[in-house]
Design a protein. Structure first.
Length: 558
């Protein structure tokens, strides 16, 4: 089913209903609002695709707004990485916005709430305030400063802004309802004092607005029509709307919050704190380690951006929390790579194959199709000679009838080349095979049109010419965790489930055409899997990351 003909998800139904009720389509606007305190991960992928795909569907602008209200954890590195990842996914925002752009307006609105008697300064510490809020089954207790005179609140707030009070000494709280069944409505904090350098506003501010106060008002300033967020923010909706209700009366569009289920993926953790722990404790080699569920990590792993978009689309947009099997992600990656990747030959566990009846000094140039799924990718030439490398596992001295690769006395076809027959082996003093000797049928060359070339043999193996092979390093990656829900065990740390076999290195022999491969380009090593040239690669040291196997092999390991 094409995307155009796909059934509408529930958010699209909401928008369609709004339009049918007279909402002006020209006023539809979305936004993606990341906090620049870490790298985007697979959980953010759903929100990115949802907002930008809706923008495309309704020909509506989508803002990229950084909710940069906590200078303690935020910096420009994260801002740059987020922007780069969104563009890599193929999306482009309409306006680049920052909550810090609105600090002055938010401050003026906070003064307005104080003057209206709806906000007050509280000097109590955070633990005391938390205790006074009560519990979900016990009502809260009013702060002794709740009814402080308006003039005193205004003076203290201005002094906070001027840096006259120490960090943590005062907060501004909204005056709502300490008996509310919604704990978020029990006089939430709107501002706190932080003497921290901000990556955009420098040291201009020492009071910073809290997320709940900033978020809805930023949507309002930007005239976002549909404020989309994940289900954990559903309890925040009441506070979101209360803050908007308190603003001075304007005729501008009022944004509305709608919630959807976040993307939860098996064998994965997406907590920024836990991802940071993996990096800090060196379980992985940085935020872009190909095993990380960050978009930077998946990008370096070699996942195509379209595969990630297809994955989110296939997983769907729902109201209920669920866990998506990581197999679906890997399936979408394989499907995209199968259509777009050239088929090339590489040998990752080589053993020498000598064709005893092939001319000593002869080298042939054989033709190979780059991608049978895409004729426009054309063909390339492969050098073929007397000595080749093949995979060690593609040969057995003795084998049963189900082994269709090379063995003594039986024939197999060399991909794009000739049929060969195993004759003998040479071993070292430890009994390890160092050379396999075979003979070839000169009339059996693939594509020659001769009757001999049409002969059917059950097995086909890949190879690389010894004289023309290029040395390469192959980094093999597997799932980072060996448990389906690594962070859902009460008695164990998620770190207890780190897969010790998630990373390994092999030295490979690859065909010479790969010397011209560009960083990030993806290929299929025939019969092995899909690989990409890593950014660590140099002209003298080609480094490949394994993206994914040709088929799911994880189930066989369990």
């Amino acid at each position: 089913m094409s995307e155009e003909n796909a059934p509408l998800h529930f958010i699209e139904h909401i928008i369609e209903e709004d339009l049918s009720n007279g909402f002006d389509q020209n006023k539809i606007r979305f936004r993606f609002p990341p906090e620049p305190n870490g790298y985007l991960h697979v959980g953010h992928l759903k929100a990115i695709a949802l907002n930008f795909n809706l923008g495309q569907r309704y020909n509506a602008p989508v803002n990229l707004r950084f909710d940069d209200t906590n200078p303690v954890k935020e910096n420009q590195v994260f801002v740059d990485a987020i922007k780069e990842n969104i563009q890599w996914l193929g999306y482009q925002w309409d306006k680049e916005c920052y909550a810090s752009d609105y600090f002055e307006q938010l401050y003026q609105w906070a003064i307005y709430l104080i003057k209206e008697g709806k906000a007050y300064i509280d000097p109590q510490d955070s633990s005391t305030i938390a205790e006074q809020k009560g519990t979900p089954t016990q009502t809260g207790t009013n702060s002794p400063f709740r009814d402080r005179p308006i003039e005193e609140n205004l003076r203290l707030f201005e002094e906070m802004k001027a840096g006259k009070h120490p960090e943590g000494s005062h907060v501004l709280r909204a005056k709502i309802d300490m008996d509310s069944p919604n704990m978020l409505m029990r006089d939430p904090v709107m501002y706190r004092i932080l003497f921290k350098h901000h990556h955009r506003t420098s040291d201009a501010w020492c009071i910073y607005p809290m997320y709940d106060w900033t978020h809805g008002e930023s949507d309002y300033i930007e005239q976002v029509s549909h404020s989309l967020c994940t289900l954990e923010f559903k309890p925040h909706r009441e506070l979101y709307e209360w803050f908007l209700d308190q603003l001075p009366s304007y005729n501008d569009l009022r944004p509305y919050q709608r919630e959807f289920a976040r993307l939860n993926l098996s064998y994965t953790v997406t907590s920024k704190r836990k991802l940071a722990q993996l990096v800090d404790e060196q379980f992985v080699n940085g935020w872009d380690d190909p095993r990380m569920p960050t978009i930077s990590g998946m990008r370096r792993r070699g996942y195509p951006p379209q595969a990630l978009i297809n994955f989110v689309t296939t997983a769907g947009i729902s109201k209920r929390e669920n866990v998506i099997d990581v197999y679906l992600l890997e399936y979408c990656v394989r499907e995209e790579l199968n259509k777009t990747s050239a088929r090339v030959m590489a040998v990752v566990n080589p053993v020498k194959l000598v064709i005893t009846n092939y001319p000593e000094d002869k080298t042939e140039k054989l033709s190979a199709v780059n991608n049978p799924e895409d004729e426009s990718q054309g063909t390339r030439t492969l050098p073929f000679s007397k000595e080749l490398y093949i995979e060690r596992e593609d040969f057995k001295e003795e084998a049963n009838r189900k082994f269709f690769r090379l063995t003594l006395g039986k024939e197999v076809r060399l991909k794009n080349a000739y049929i060969v027959k195993g004759e003998s082996v040479i071993k070292d003093n430890d009994g390890n095979i160092t050379e396999i000797h075979c003979t070839y049928d000169p009339e059996s060359k693939s594509g020659s049109g001769s009757e001999a070339s049409m002969r059917k043999v059950k097995g086909t193996i890949h190879w690389v010419s010894v004289a023309h092979a290029i040395d390469a390093t192959v980094r093999n990656y597997d799932r980072l965790f060996n448990d389906e829900s690594p962070d859902q065990h009460k008695e164990k740390s998620f770190l207890d489930f780190v897969n010790p076999d998630s990373f390994s290195i092999q030295n490979a022999k690859i065909e010479p055409s790969l010397a011209s491969l560009a960083i990030g380009e993806r290929v299929q090593f025939q019969r092995l899997g899909y690989y990409t040239l890593d950014k660590d690669a140099t002209s003298s040291n080609l480094v490949f990351n394994k993206i994914v196997g040709l088929r799911d092999t994880w189930a066989k390991k369990q």
